[in-house]
Ligand binder design. Structure first.
Ligand SMILES: Cc1ncc(COP(=O)(O)O)c(C=O)c1O
Length: 370
Protein backbone atom coordinates (compact mmCIF):
# COMPACT_ATOMS: atom_id res chain seq x y z
CA UNK A 1 0.00 0.00 0.00
CA UNK A 2 1.31 3.45 -0.85
CA UNK A 3 2.33 5.56 2.16
CA UNK A 4 0.73 8.99 2.05
CA UNK A 5 2.25 11.89 3.99
CA UNK A 6 0.86 15.39 4.50
CA UNK A 7 3.72 16.90 2.48
CA UNK A 8 6.70 15.70 0.47
CA UNK A 9 9.27 14.10 2.78
CA UNK A 10 13.00 13.67 2.04
CA UNK A 11 14.43 10.14 2.00
CA UNK A 12 15.07 8.61 5.45
CA UNK A 13 18.18 10.04 7.06
CA UNK A 14 18.37 13.30 5.12
CA UNK A 15 16.97 15.41 7.95
CA UNK A 16 19.37 13.92 10.48
CA UNK A 17 22.39 15.22 8.56
CA UNK A 18 24.17 18.14 10.25
CA UNK A 19 24.69 20.62 7.42
CA UNK A 20 28.27 21.76 6.73
CA UNK A 21 28.89 25.09 8.47
CA UNK A 22 31.40 27.18 6.48
CA UNK A 23 34.04 29.32 8.19
CA UNK A 24 32.76 32.71 9.36
CA UNK A 25 33.53 35.70 7.16
CA UNK A 26 32.34 38.62 9.31
CA UNK A 27 32.63 39.87 12.88
CA UNK A 28 29.94 42.07 14.42
CA UNK A 29 30.98 45.69 14.86
CA UNK A 30 34.42 45.25 13.30
CA UNK A 31 35.30 47.17 10.16
CA UNK A 32 38.48 45.48 8.99
CA UNK A 33 38.15 41.73 8.89
CA UNK A 34 40.97 39.24 8.31
CA UNK A 35 39.30 36.03 7.15
CA UNK A 36 41.54 33.21 8.29
CA UNK A 37 38.81 30.60 8.57
CA UNK A 38 38.60 28.78 5.22
CA UNK A 39 42.18 28.09 4.08
CA UNK A 40 41.97 30.54 1.21
CA UNK A 41 45.20 32.03 -0.13
CA UNK A 42 46.26 35.48 1.15
CA UNK A 43 47.84 36.18 -2.26
CA UNK A 44 44.57 36.07 -4.18
CA UNK A 45 44.27 34.57 -7.66
CA UNK A 46 46.67 34.99 -10.56
CA UNK A 47 46.02 38.29 -12.40
CA UNK A 48 45.76 36.17 -15.56
CA UNK A 49 42.84 34.28 -14.00
CA UNK A 50 41.06 37.55 -13.21
CA UNK A 51 41.59 38.74 -16.79
CA UNK A 52 40.23 35.42 -18.09
CA UNK A 53 37.06 35.79 -15.99
CA UNK A 54 36.56 39.34 -17.30
CA UNK A 55 36.97 38.17 -20.89
CA UNK A 56 34.59 35.25 -20.33
CA UNK A 57 31.93 37.65 -19.06
CA UNK A 58 31.23 38.73 -22.65
CA UNK A 59 30.06 35.22 -23.55
CA UNK A 60 27.94 34.10 -20.61
CA UNK A 61 24.74 33.87 -22.60
CA UNK A 62 26.19 30.63 -24.03
CA UNK A 63 26.40 27.31 -22.25
CA UNK A 64 29.96 26.31 -21.31
CA UNK A 65 31.80 23.32 -22.79
CA UNK A 66 30.17 20.55 -20.75
CA UNK A 67 33.21 18.31 -21.18
CA UNK A 68 35.72 20.92 -19.88
CA UNK A 69 37.91 19.78 -22.77
CA UNK A 70 40.49 22.59 -22.81
CA UNK A 71 40.84 22.62 -19.03
CA UNK A 72 41.27 18.83 -18.89
CA UNK A 73 43.93 19.01 -21.57
CA UNK A 74 45.71 21.83 -19.74
CA UNK A 75 45.76 19.75 -16.53
CA UNK A 76 46.88 16.67 -18.46
CA UNK A 77 49.74 18.59 -20.09
CA UNK A 78 50.89 20.09 -16.80
CA UNK A 79 51.01 16.78 -14.92
CA UNK A 80 51.63 14.34 -17.78
CA UNK A 81 48.23 12.65 -17.48
CA UNK A 82 45.61 11.11 -19.75
CA UNK A 83 42.94 13.81 -20.26
CA UNK A 84 40.31 11.11 -20.75
CA UNK A 85 40.70 10.06 -17.12
CA UNK A 86 40.25 13.56 -15.69
CA UNK A 87 36.81 14.74 -14.52
CA UNK A 88 36.28 18.36 -13.47
CA UNK A 89 33.77 19.51 -10.89
CA UNK A 90 32.28 22.58 -9.27
CA UNK A 91 34.88 22.40 -6.52
CA UNK A 92 36.35 19.10 -5.41
CA UNK A 93 33.31 18.92 -3.12
CA UNK A 94 31.20 18.11 -6.15
CA UNK A 95 33.56 15.31 -7.15
CA UNK A 96 33.54 13.86 -3.62
CA UNK A 97 29.75 13.90 -3.71
CA UNK A 98 29.54 12.41 -7.20
CA UNK A 99 31.92 9.61 -6.22
CA UNK A 100 29.88 8.87 -3.13
CA UNK A 101 26.56 8.84 -4.99
CA UNK A 102 28.00 6.63 -7.72
CA UNK A 103 29.47 4.01 -5.36
CA UNK A 104 27.53 4.15 -2.08
CA UNK A 105 23.89 3.34 -1.45
CA UNK A 106 21.77 2.12 1.49
CA UNK A 107 23.56 -0.69 3.33
CA UNK A 108 27.01 0.37 2.11
CA UNK A 109 29.76 1.83 4.27
CA UNK A 110 32.08 4.76 3.64
CA UNK A 111 35.20 4.85 5.79
CA UNK A 112 37.33 7.81 6.87
CA UNK A 113 39.44 8.84 9.84
CA UNK A 114 38.40 10.45 13.10
CA UNK A 115 39.17 14.08 12.28
CA UNK A 116 38.69 13.69 8.53
CA UNK A 117 37.15 16.37 6.32
CA UNK A 118 33.42 16.73 7.20
CA UNK A 119 32.14 16.56 3.64
CA UNK A 120 32.79 12.77 3.60
CA UNK A 121 30.29 12.10 6.37
CA UNK A 122 27.67 14.35 4.81
CA UNK A 123 28.07 12.80 1.36
CA UNK A 124 27.87 9.24 2.71
CA UNK A 125 24.72 10.00 4.72
CA UNK A 126 23.15 11.85 1.79
CA UNK A 127 23.69 8.77 -0.36
CA UNK A 128 21.90 6.63 2.26
CA UNK A 129 25.12 4.92 3.35
CA UNK A 130 26.72 4.41 6.74
CA UNK A 131 29.75 6.47 7.83
CA UNK A 132 32.43 4.43 9.60
CA UNK A 133 35.13 6.28 11.50
CA UNK A 134 38.64 5.00 12.31
CA UNK A 135 40.55 6.50 15.27
CA UNK A 136 43.71 8.52 14.62
CA UNK A 137 47.08 8.53 16.37
CA UNK A 138 48.46 11.95 17.31
CA UNK A 139 45.85 13.63 15.11
CA UNK A 140 47.22 11.68 12.16
CA UNK A 141 45.61 9.02 9.96
CA UNK A 142 46.30 5.52 11.26
CA UNK A 143 46.43 3.11 8.31
CA UNK A 144 46.04 0.02 10.52
CA UNK A 145 42.94 1.48 12.19
CA UNK A 146 41.41 2.16 8.77
CA UNK A 147 42.24 -1.33 7.47
CA UNK A 148 40.78 -2.91 10.62
CA UNK A 149 37.40 -1.32 9.83
CA UNK A 150 37.09 -2.46 6.23
CA UNK A 151 34.21 -4.89 5.73
CA UNK A 152 32.57 -6.42 2.68
CA UNK A 153 30.15 -3.49 2.82
CA UNK A 154 32.90 -0.86 2.58
CA UNK A 155 32.66 0.85 -0.80
CA UNK A 156 34.86 3.93 -0.38
CA UNK A 157 37.78 4.88 1.87
CA UNK A 158 38.35 8.65 1.96
CA UNK A 159 41.80 9.93 2.86
CA UNK A 160 42.50 13.66 3.00
CA UNK A 161 46.28 13.90 2.69
CA UNK A 162 47.19 16.34 4.14
CA UNK A 163 44.08 16.35 6.26
CA UNK A 164 41.89 19.33 7.10
CA UNK A 165 41.61 20.49 9.89
CA UNK A 166 44.65 18.79 11.44
CA UNK A 167 47.25 19.69 8.76
CA UNK A 168 48.96 16.32 9.25
CA UNK A 169 49.83 13.86 6.46
CA UNK A 170 50.92 10.31 5.95
CA UNK A 171 53.94 9.42 3.74
CA UNK A 172 53.28 7.90 0.33
CA UNK A 173 54.60 4.52 1.54
CA UNK A 174 51.77 4.50 4.07
CA UNK A 175 49.23 5.41 1.38
CA UNK A 176 50.52 2.49 -0.68
CA UNK A 177 50.27 0.19 2.33
CA UNK A 178 46.65 1.30 2.81
CA UNK A 179 45.92 0.61 -0.84
CA UNK A 180 47.62 -2.79 -0.72
CA UNK A 181 45.45 -3.79 2.25
CA UNK A 182 42.14 -2.92 0.57
CA UNK A 183 40.07 -5.48 -1.30
CA UNK A 184 39.72 -4.64 -5.01
CA UNK A 185 36.04 -3.69 -4.71
CA UNK A 186 36.88 -0.72 -2.43
CA UNK A 187 37.50 2.68 -4.02
CA UNK A 188 40.31 4.65 -2.35
CA UNK A 189 39.71 8.39 -2.69
CA UNK A 190 42.86 10.46 -2.09
CA UNK A 191 41.75 14.02 -1.41
CA UNK A 192 44.83 16.14 -2.15
CA UNK A 193 43.30 19.61 -1.76
CA UNK A 194 46.50 20.94 -0.16
CA UNK A 195 49.07 18.93 -2.15
CA UNK A 196 50.71 21.98 -3.73
CA UNK A 197 51.75 23.30 -0.32
CA UNK A 198 53.47 20.15 0.92
CA UNK A 199 57.28 20.25 1.01
CA UNK A 200 58.21 16.75 2.17
CA UNK A 201 60.30 14.21 0.29
CA UNK A 202 58.15 11.31 1.43
CA UNK A 203 54.86 12.89 0.25
CA UNK A 204 53.04 12.24 -3.02
CA UNK A 205 49.52 13.25 -3.97
CA UNK A 206 48.75 9.82 -5.41
CA UNK A 207 48.82 10.30 -9.18
CA UNK A 208 51.19 7.36 -9.53
CA UNK A 209 48.82 5.09 -7.63
CA UNK A 210 45.86 6.19 -9.77
CA UNK A 211 47.86 5.47 -12.91
CA UNK A 212 48.73 1.95 -11.82
CA UNK A 213 45.53 0.68 -10.22
CA UNK A 214 41.85 0.19 -10.90
CA UNK A 215 40.45 1.45 -7.62
CA UNK A 216 42.14 4.75 -6.74
CA UNK A 217 40.94 8.31 -7.39
CA UNK A 218 42.81 11.52 -6.57
CA UNK A 219 40.99 14.86 -6.21
CA UNK A 220 42.49 18.36 -6.40
CA UNK A 221 41.10 21.85 -6.05
CA UNK A 222 41.53 25.32 -7.51
CA UNK A 223 40.17 26.80 -4.25
CA UNK A 224 43.38 26.82 -2.23
CA UNK A 225 46.74 27.66 -3.80
CA UNK A 226 45.12 28.87 -7.05
CA UNK A 227 42.88 31.32 -5.18
CA UNK A 228 39.69 30.51 -7.10
CA UNK A 229 37.45 29.35 -4.23
CA UNK A 230 34.65 31.71 -5.24
CA UNK A 231 34.41 30.20 -8.72
CA UNK A 232 34.10 26.58 -7.53
CA UNK A 233 36.52 24.43 -9.52
CA UNK A 234 38.19 21.10 -8.84
CA UNK A 235 39.40 18.05 -10.74
CA UNK A 236 39.97 14.38 -10.20
CA UNK A 237 42.23 11.78 -11.82
CA UNK A 238 40.76 8.30 -11.92
CA UNK A 239 40.53 5.01 -13.76
CA UNK A 240 38.59 5.28 -17.05
CA UNK A 241 35.73 3.16 -15.67
CA UNK A 242 35.28 5.55 -12.71
CA UNK A 243 35.39 8.60 -15.00
CA UNK A 244 32.72 6.91 -17.12
CA UNK A 245 30.45 6.46 -14.07
CA UNK A 246 30.86 10.09 -12.94
CA UNK A 247 30.28 11.47 -16.43
CA UNK A 248 26.94 9.64 -16.50
CA UNK A 249 25.63 11.23 -13.31
CA UNK A 250 27.15 14.71 -13.22
CA UNK A 251 25.24 17.74 -14.45
CA UNK A 252 25.82 18.18 -18.19
CA UNK A 253 27.24 21.70 -17.69
CA UNK A 254 28.55 21.42 -14.12
CA UNK A 255 31.24 24.13 -14.47
CA UNK A 256 30.63 27.68 -15.64
CA UNK A 257 32.65 29.15 -18.50
CA UNK A 258 34.38 31.83 -16.33
CA UNK A 259 35.61 29.10 -13.98
CA UNK A 260 36.91 26.99 -16.88
CA UNK A 261 38.81 29.95 -18.35
CA UNK A 262 40.18 31.04 -14.97
CA UNK A 263 41.39 27.51 -14.28
CA UNK A 264 43.31 27.34 -17.56
CA UNK A 265 44.94 30.73 -16.90
CA UNK A 266 45.76 29.91 -13.26
CA UNK A 267 47.40 26.59 -14.12
CA UNK A 268 49.83 28.35 -16.45
CA UNK A 269 50.94 31.00 -13.96
CA UNK A 270 53.89 29.19 -12.41
CA UNK A 271 55.32 32.39 -10.90
CA UNK A 272 52.13 33.01 -8.93
CA UNK A 273 52.10 29.44 -7.59
CA UNK A 274 55.78 29.71 -6.64
CA UNK A 275 55.07 32.98 -4.78
CA UNK A 276 52.24 31.30 -2.85
CA UNK A 277 54.46 28.39 -1.89
CA UNK A 278 57.26 30.76 -0.80
CA UNK A 279 54.82 32.80 1.30
CA UNK A 280 53.59 29.65 3.01
CA UNK A 281 57.13 28.35 3.53
CA UNK A 282 57.98 31.57 5.33
CA UNK A 283 54.88 32.05 7.48
CA UNK A 284 53.83 28.50 8.40
CA UNK A 285 57.01 27.91 10.47
CA UNK A 286 56.97 31.49 11.76
CA UNK A 287 53.41 31.22 13.07
CA UNK A 288 54.05 27.76 14.50
CA UNK A 289 57.10 29.01 16.37
CA UNK A 290 55.60 32.26 17.61
CA UNK A 291 52.37 30.64 18.82
CA UNK A 292 54.29 27.87 20.59
CA UNK A 293 56.42 30.53 22.29
CA UNK A 294 53.19 31.81 23.85
CA UNK A 295 52.73 28.43 25.51
CA UNK A 296 50.06 27.03 23.20
CA UNK A 297 50.56 23.77 21.37
CA UNK A 298 50.33 23.67 17.58
CA UNK A 299 49.90 20.51 15.54
CA UNK A 300 52.76 20.31 12.98
CA UNK A 301 51.14 21.16 9.64
CA UNK A 302 52.22 20.72 6.04
CA UNK A 303 49.28 22.69 4.62
CA UNK A 304 48.40 26.39 4.51
CA UNK A 305 46.77 26.35 7.94
CA UNK A 306 47.45 25.19 11.45
CA UNK A 307 45.59 23.82 14.39
CA UNK A 308 46.12 25.67 17.68
CA UNK A 309 45.24 23.91 20.94
CA UNK A 310 43.95 25.86 23.94
CA UNK A 311 43.66 24.85 27.59
CA UNK A 312 40.43 23.06 28.52
CA UNK A 313 39.21 25.93 30.68
CA UNK A 314 36.54 28.56 30.06
CA UNK A 315 38.65 31.71 30.44
CA UNK A 316 41.60 30.71 28.27
CA UNK A 317 39.82 28.14 26.11
CA UNK A 318 39.18 28.00 22.37
CA UNK A 319 35.73 29.60 22.52
CA UNK A 320 36.96 32.54 24.54
CA UNK A 321 39.95 32.91 22.20
CA UNK A 322 37.63 32.83 19.17
CA UNK A 323 35.50 35.63 20.64
CA UNK A 324 38.59 37.68 21.61
CA UNK A 325 40.18 37.37 18.17
CA UNK A 326 36.88 38.05 16.37
CA UNK A 327 36.49 41.30 18.27
CA UNK A 328 39.78 42.35 16.61
CA UNK A 329 38.53 41.27 13.21
CA UNK A 330 40.65 38.09 13.21
CA UNK A 331 38.34 35.30 12.10
CA UNK A 332 39.61 31.79 12.81
CA UNK A 333 37.73 28.51 12.53
CA UNK A 334 36.17 26.68 15.47
CA UNK A 335 36.56 22.94 14.94
CA UNK A 336 34.15 21.50 17.53
CA UNK A 337 32.28 19.77 14.68
CA UNK A 338 35.51 17.86 13.98
CA UNK A 339 35.67 16.59 17.55
CA UNK A 340 38.26 19.22 18.51
CA UNK A 341 36.40 21.56 20.87
CA UNK A 342 39.61 22.94 22.42
CA UNK A 343 41.25 23.96 19.17
CA UNK A 344 40.99 26.68 16.53
CA UNK A 345 42.19 26.40 12.94
CA UNK A 346 44.16 29.32 11.55
CA UNK A 347 44.75 29.90 7.83
CA UNK A 348 48.17 31.36 6.96
CA UNK A 349 47.32 34.96 6.09
CA UNK A 350 49.13 38.06 4.90
CA UNK A 351 52.21 39.17 6.87
CA UNK A 352 50.01 41.81 8.52
CA UNK A 353 47.28 39.35 9.54
CA UNK A 354 49.80 36.80 10.83
CA UNK A 355 51.49 39.37 13.06
CA UNK A 356 48.14 40.60 14.35
CA UNK A 357 47.09 37.06 15.27
CA UNK A 358 50.24 36.44 17.33
CA UNK A 359 49.88 39.80 19.09
CA UNK A 360 46.19 39.16 19.80
CA UNK A 361 46.88 35.67 21.15
CA UNK A 362 49.57 37.10 23.45
CA UNK A 363 47.09 39.69 24.77
CA UNK A 364 44.39 37.05 25.16
CA UNK A 365 46.62 34.77 27.22
CA UNK A 366 47.70 37.73 29.35
CA UNK A 367 44.03 38.35 30.10
CA UNK A 368 44.01 41.73 28.34
CA UNK A 369 41.12 43.50 26.65
CA UNK A 370 40.11 42.67 23.10
C1 LIG B 1 40.46 18.32 2.57
C2 LIG B 1 39.56 19.13 1.70
N1 LIG B 1 39.00 18.55 0.64
C3 LIG B 1 38.18 19.23 -0.18
C4 LIG B 1 37.87 20.55 0.05
C5 LIG B 1 36.87 21.19 -0.84
O1 LIG B 1 37.39 22.13 -1.66
P1 LIG B 1 36.60 22.70 -2.90
O2 LIG B 1 35.24 22.11 -2.96
O3 LIG B 1 36.57 24.17 -2.70
O4 LIG B 1 37.42 22.27 -4.08
C6 LIG B 1 38.41 21.21 1.14
C7 LIG B 1 38.06 22.61 1.44
O5 LIG B 1 38.15 23.12 2.50
C8 LIG B 1 39.28 20.48 1.99
O6 LIG B 1 39.81 21.05 3.07
Amino acid sequence: MAIVTARPEPRPGVLSIDAYVPGKSAAAGVEKVYKLSSNETPLGPSPHAIAAVRAAADHISYYPDGSATRLRHAIAAKYGLDAGRIVCGAGSDELLNLLTHAYIGPGDEGLFSEHGFLVYRIAILAAGGTPVVAPEKNLTTDVDALLARVTERTKIVFLANPNNPTGTYIPFDEVKRLHAGLPPHVLLVLDAAYAEYVRRNDYASGLELVATSDNVVMTRTFSKIYGLAGLRLGWGYMPAHVADALNRIRGPFNIGAPALEAGIAALADDAHIAASVAHNEEWLPWLTREIEKLGLSVTPSVGNFLLIHFPDEAKRGARAADAFLSARGLILRGVGAYGLPNALRLTIGTAEANRLVVAALADFLRGGDA
